[in-house]
Write a protein that binds this ligand. Sequence first.
Ligand SMILES: C[S@@+](CC[C@H](N)C(=O)[O-])C[C@H]1O[C@@H](n2cnc3c(N)ncnc32)[C@H](O)[C@@H]1O
Length: 362
Amino acid sequence: MTRPLIDLRTTPHGGRSLFAIQPIARGTVIFACEVPFGHVIYKDYRREVCAQCFAYAASTSRNIGDPRTWSIRSCRATAETVWFCTDECKVIWESGVIGPLIADVNALLGKGKIATRSKSARDGYDPILPNGPPAQITQDCIDQAWVDVEDLVSSRARLSSYCSTMNLEDMELEISRLVASAIVQRYVFDHRLANLAVSSIIPTSDPWAEVLDLQSSELSNVSLRPYILAAHLRVYAFLCHSLPKHLRLYVPTARNILARDTGNAFGIWDGDSRDEMLGWGLWVGASYFNHSCCPNVEKTRVGRAMHFTTSRSVEIGEELCISYIDTNQSITQRKQDLENSWFFTCQCQRCQSEEPDEASPH
Ligand SMILES: C[S@@+](CC[C@H](N)C(=O)[O-])C[C@H]1O[C@@H](n2cnc3c(N)ncnc32)[C@H](O)[C@@H]1O
């Protein structure tokens, strides 16, 4: 048996993080997470992204003469149509349980969205948070807003009436699809309908326990962008309304997923040059990599999997970090990006040693 290369430890500066427990040569794959626990491909890309391996038809790495959308597809009456790059991908997807179930659910969400759009509220008033976001965001007021929405969804009649006038934005529908796909995976796991190959750093047999173990950024996210609270509550009400009965049982877990999505999700990019972001997903086991502005690990998407490879040789005891942002930027820009999108102040060695540059004039 090979000795493990990495270990999860608590740091003084950035919560838990991964460390090398033996010297590691450059180019070593130190961790691979095979499938996302919940993902979404943006609406505009769905005909161009293979539902099985996420290959992008209009990728710049393909020949210009190639068709820019896929032609192989799966279309069942109950499901949303999905496209594939090859017959082989179609066979793999159709023989699985999760993909077809997610396509069924997405068809329901798509119908729900059409209904809500045609009757959308005109003045932006939303009874879900009637007084708008709280002036001072605290954990208590977020908790209270969730108690209030719970009250709304507890009555099927009030929920239907609310959903028939709600104004669900396109991005909120995408978030609903991500949450719904995670709920499907939880359902599949609980009912032992398929083996979930979710590789983890923390040994546990329950992928849902892994999701709950991820760091929540609910308070920091809502504090920085108060409109997110209403968006999350709308997504929740929409899912309570639209999901089939056997999945509705799991909808209360939506808050846990929403709280952990921002801060742990990875973009699904076209290739490593990050030309286009096609969607995003939660590769749960992979979310323990901290950020460094001088990283020693590179993340690569290989089909549905995320692989993590050392970009230089690493000594025993060294922290293993990826980069969450473009590290070719100035320290001011990096700091801003990390604070705005990831809600933390970077404590990496490079940021500690670099002098702050002149802030750009506004
Ligand atoms: C994807 S999680 C990484 C795992 C996380 N440390 C944990 O305990 O679950 C991202 C969070 O880790 C922390 N973090 C990551 N990189 C950091 C850094 N360079 N400096 C400070 N905190 C960092 C921040 O709290 C950030 O929100």
